[in-house]
Design a protein around this ligand. Sequence first.
Ligand SMILES: Cc1cc2nc3c(=O)[nH]c(=O)nc-3n(C[C@H](O)[C@H](O)[C@H](O)COP(=O)(O)OP(=O)(O)OC[C@H]3O[C@@H](n4cnc5c(N)ncnc54)[C@H](O)[C@@H]3O)c2cc1C
Length: 305
Amino acid sequence: MLRSMLLGAAGNDRLRHVVTRAPLSREVVRRFVAGDTVSGALTQARKLHEAGHLLSFDYLGAPAVDRVSGAEEVQRLRDLLGALATEGLAEGSEISLSVLEAGLLIDRAAALENAGEVCRAAAEVGAFVTLEMQTHQQVDRTLAIVRTLRERFPQTGIALQSYLHRTEGDIAGVLQPGSRVRLVKGTHEEPESVAYESRHEIDLSFVRCLNLLMSGDGLPVIGTHDPRLVAIAKERAAWHGRSRSDFEFQMVYGVAPGLARSLVEAGYQVRVRVPYGEQWYGYFMRRMAERPANLLTFARAIARA
Ligand SMILES: Cc1cc2nc3c(=O)[nH]c(=O)nc-3n(C[C@H](O)[C@H](O)[C@H](O)COP(=O)(O)OP(=O)(O)OC[C@H]3O[C@@H](n4cnc5c(N)ncnc54)[C@H](O)[C@@H]3O)c2cc1C
């Protein structure tokens, strides 16, 4: 209920005005958003890199609605990749890309062309792309796009959500040698006709999917901050004979930094997804909605503003 209200508030213009302007709420925002610009993202990325984390970048854009906005999205990511190369941070870095931002609302061909451009620019500097997963209506089209991209860029990753009933069945189709599959619980509001509702069922599905990934050919990427699932992933990887470099954990900037640090210290690969960009408001509200404790901090900052 509270979560739905907050997700609804993401579209409220007055609240958007307060959150984006008030200096105190900006402090809370800074915990979850690395910056408005590439240079803000790079400042935080450098610190994470020095602390032994791998990097993923998430430009917080809006869905491309025409050819011009699709081309602008590609250019922004080219600029990011250029800056990463200059900083010596491009090699092995990940670019997270949404098919909507790539142009799926225009048509599938535009999304494929734009995503292909980003994959090519990434490959030129030693980086790679992972496609984010949006709502269940986009799963088939996103899977089709990743399959086509992998013909030229086999390392291209895909995110799959354990809350969807279909995900266990989707895994076999995306496991290829060297290809990355990022397993997450899922963050959108989905109907019970397509998604598990209870945390317990979502977690059980996560573990079933985890087993399929760990026993398969691709590179499993475990995108969670849930310490119980992190422990299960470690155990399952060992059981399937995977070394610590044969899979990776991924976490979001500002969430569970202590857990990320302890995994790095124990020799695991941990990639942190660094979100940046001017359109950070919707992203920030989703992070707030994920955890009741965030709401309290956020509400206090708004009240003081
Ligand atoms: C790298 C990465 C990529 C992702 N990509 C996608 C995607 O493509 N599509 C998609 O639908 N979802 C994506 N997600 C989001 C994901 O689906 C979950 O919504 C999110 O990760 C929270 O779930 P959790 O597994 O951490 O478990 P939870 O049970 O939600 O959280 C476990 C613990 O982590 C901490 N925590 C979690 N979230 C927060 C927060 N916002 N603030 C503070 N503490 C928190 C808390 O301590 C909590 O108890 C991604 C997540 C990650 C880490």
